[in-house]
Every structure is written in C-alpha cells, then in structure tokens.
Design a protein around this ligand. Structure first.
Ligand SMILES: [Ca+2]
Length: 441
C-alpha cells in the first residue's frame, strides 16, 4: 500500500513475467489464522508463542495459539490516534509494534502510530508520527494500561501519507524505525513541509529517514527519553540530526533484520510511479530519494516519465546506495508486461523451516497488484553472489487474499501475511494468514 493515490490502472493480463533473470514462480500455501480485523499492520510474537496483532484502527489484540483472536483488546489507542478515514483509503493509524529484546525481563512494548497535530507544528500540518512505549503487566488476561504510555519520539507530518512508521530491534539491541518523506498531494517529496532539495536529501529533518535509537536509557543533556548511539552517522549533530541512521528514502513500508546470515537490515521503499525497491540499509547510507528511484534517476516534475538525468551522489558527494532488487510500478509502466505491482509491502528474509524453497530468500509482496484492486501479490527475491540485482519471482498460492498490508514473523521465523479485503479500511476485511507448504492436491 502507501502510494498517495490509488491510480486507475490499465487492464493488464495476469501474465507470466518474461525477464531473463526470472526463474519459475515459487509456490506456497496460505492457512487462514484469523479474521474479523480491519487492516492488520503488524505482529509481535510473545515469548510463549502467542501473537499481538496491531490493527490500523488503533487496536492491539491477542491471537491465541489455537488461532482464537480475543474479543477484548489488549490495548485500544483509538482515542489517541489522529483522524483516520474509516472505510476508505488511509495511511494513518496504528502502524507497527515491537517487543523489547529483553521483553521477558522488562515487559516493554513499542508502538508507532499517528497522533493529532502537535500545537508546536505548523497549523496546516496533518498529524504527528509518534513512537511510544507501554508496559505489559505479567498477568492474565493480558491487558495494557493506556496510562503506561511513555512517548519517546514525535515527528510532525505535513500530510496524511508517507508515514513510514515501521520498526525493528537490531541484533545489538538498538531500535530502528522508518519515517516517510511527509507525503503530499503530488508526491515527489515536493511542497509544504518539504525541503527544496527534498526531505530525503536534507539531514536536518527526520522525514525520509531510517532512525536508530538506544531506548535503554535517556539523555538528560538533550532532554530525550532515549540515547543516541555513539556511532550514528550524525551523532555529534553537526552535519545532521543525531537520530538519523540512513537517509534518502521515500516511504519505507518495512524494516526487518535477517535473523541469520549477516543480520542485514532490509527496508522496502515504496516508489512514486516507476520503481519499487528492496534495500539493504547501511549506516550513513544515502538511498537517493528524491533524486533516484530504483537504479534510475527520478523526474520530479513528471514522475511517470523517464528521467532526463541520473545523479550518482548526494549533496556532499556521497555515492547513492542502490537497491538490491526492484520491480516496475504499473503506474509509470502502463501496458508493460514486466510491471509487477503498484506499491511494495516489505517482508522478511526467510529463515523458517516450513518452506525450504524460500530459505535464505527475501519474501515480500505488492499491496494491490497491477490492477489497483485488492489483488495483492506475493514475491520472493533470491540473493545473487555477483552484485547483480536480485531476481524477483511470484509466489503462487492458488487463491485470492486481497491487499497485502504487511508481513509478520513468529519466534520460529515462520511468516504471516496480513491482508485487507479492500484498498480502504473495511471493517471485518482484515485477515491473517500463515505461509505454509503448498497443500498436496
Ligand atoms: Ca532508493
């Protein structure tokens, strides 16, 4: 999801892709785990295997191991959210959850959601992206006291869209979160609340960034309830805001660490009209937005058209970091049989056991597919060893599943697909599926 406008798309056949790098599609099955949600956005696996489920409408519910979704919310944040468009498209609401790596000892749960505009923000701004933490009492039934909320970070948002708002703890225990470029009616990192060079290339705003915080202490000298990791690229504050870990991203709609291998950080960045990206995020990296999209330049005036230039470095001469995998967005490639979707939804480097065919590959999807209808798609991208772009293949599951809102991962590294029946916040349209081996015929 997360394109500013759901564009009416040309009728394209759901045909095979034919680029030379693409192998046969992978296959998997989908097991329906839970339904009755609106727009499931995130899963957080508790140590005992139960799953916390974040619904975009501001509710956190508990999914028991037997698949029963508890009726009474573990926590409701509905009265702390910004306005959201119930029933129709929106990018605001409750966006992600993460448990502290030492959750069993400290019971800390982190959540990102959009709150109303702060009074300190410009009056024409839309909302506030808020990172908060809550304490989950070690008692049953599981209930979180909303008054346990501790606000850690807020970012003023000029528009309702391009929030980012995904997060993950790294293997070293630091918290990483994504922040979108601020959005706007025209996209392209333009307009009110956007730096002339684009927020992506301006290191004095937290918009269009990957941030990294140490939430295991506060910093009295800065007055923040978190600390700045000493090796953050702008830790001194001299050349940029110290929370920044990487920059030049548009609307990163996933943030996840490989739980094996090199423990790399993956972020999928939703493109404007032409390219959807899978990125590996490196400390201090400049990912190019809004000067680059995919491996290409970017035409900020006419984003559906081919760019006229291809800058290779940022304002300080730092070389842009390319994505590892891209696919064409049907909005900018109408009629192109290689256009694979309209808005990337990031996932995980698969390390589970159920699907050996996918082990060591990045599993992700497209929000609404090539029709702009609730016909999301599932993809796998397999790493290359020669530095070439990773090929992307479809994962065929043999059944419709609606819009791909997000992915989740449990304690065993098995993956879940979080879907919505429409491109809007349709009550009861949200479902959770587990990726399982393809059922035998
Ligand atoms: Ca990029």
């Amino acid at each position: 999801m997360k394109n500013s406008v759901v564009v009416c798309l040309a009728l394209l056949a759901l045909s095979q892709f034919s680029t030379p790098t693409q192998a046969a599609p992978a296959t998997a099955g989908l097991q329906l785990i839970a339904e009755g949600l609106t727009s499931p956005m995130a899963l957080a696996p508790l140590p005992n295997g139960r799953l916390l489920v974040a619904d975009q409408i501001g509710v956190i519910r508990l999914l028991e191991k037997d698949g029963k979704l508890t009726d009474t919310p573990v926590l409701s944040l509905t009265n702390r959210l910004s306005a959201i468009n119930h029933g129709t498209f929106d990018e605001r609401g409750l966006l992600s959850l993460a448990l502290h790596p030492q959750f069993e000892r400290n019971r800390r749960l982190f959540a990102i959601y959009t709150a109303p505009r702060r009074t300190s923000a410009p009056v024409d701004y839309d909302c506030t992206l808020r990172l908060s933490e809550f304490t989950i009492p070690n008692s049953e039934p599981l209930r979180i006291d909303p008054e346990s909320e501790r606000i850690l970070l807020e970012v003023d948002k000029p528009y309702f869209n391009h929030n980012g708002g995904r997060m993950a703890f790294g293997p070293e225990g630091l918290l990483y979160l994504s922040v979108g470029d601020g959005g706007g009616p025209k996209g392209c990192d333009f307009g009110n609340g956007h730096a002339p060079e684009g927020n992506g290339q301006n290191t004095r705003t937290l918009l269009a960034k990957i941030l990294r915080l140490d939430v295991n202490g506060s910093d009295a000298s800065r007055g923040t309830p978190y600390r700045i990791p000493l090796d953050n690229p702008f830790a001194s504050g001299q050349n940029g805001l110290p929370e920044i870990y990487a920059y030049g991203v548009r609307n990163p709609w996933s943030l996840s660490f490989d739980r094996g291998g090199k423990r790399e950080l993956f972020a999928c960045d939703v493109g404007q009209m032409r390219w959807e990206e899978v990125n590996i995020i490196r400390r201090g990296g400049n990912y190019g937005w809004p000067l680059r999209e995919g491996f290409d330049g970017f035409n900020r005036e006419s984003p559906d058209l081919a760019p006229t230039s291809k800058p290779t470095s940022g304002l300080k001469g730092e070389p842009f970091i390319d994505p590892v995998a891209v696919y064409k967005n049907v909005s900018g490639w109408k009629g192109d049989p290689q256009a694979m979707g309209n808005s990337i939804t990031g996932g995980y480097l698969y390390r589970g056991k159920a699907l050996p065919e996918l082990t060591g590959s990045f599993v992700f999807g497209d929000w609404a597919g090539i029709q702009g209808q609730p016909q999301g798609r599932l993809f796998v991208s397999r790493p290359t060893q020669d530095g070439k772009p990773w090929p992307i293949d479809l994962i065929r599951v043999g059944r419709p599943y609606g819009c791909v809102c997000a992915f989740g991962e449990d304690n065993d590294g098995e993956l879940y697909l979080l879907t919505n029946a429409s491109t809007g916040l349709t009550p009861n349209g949200g479902k959770i599926w587990k990726l399982i081996p393809k059922p035998s015929l």
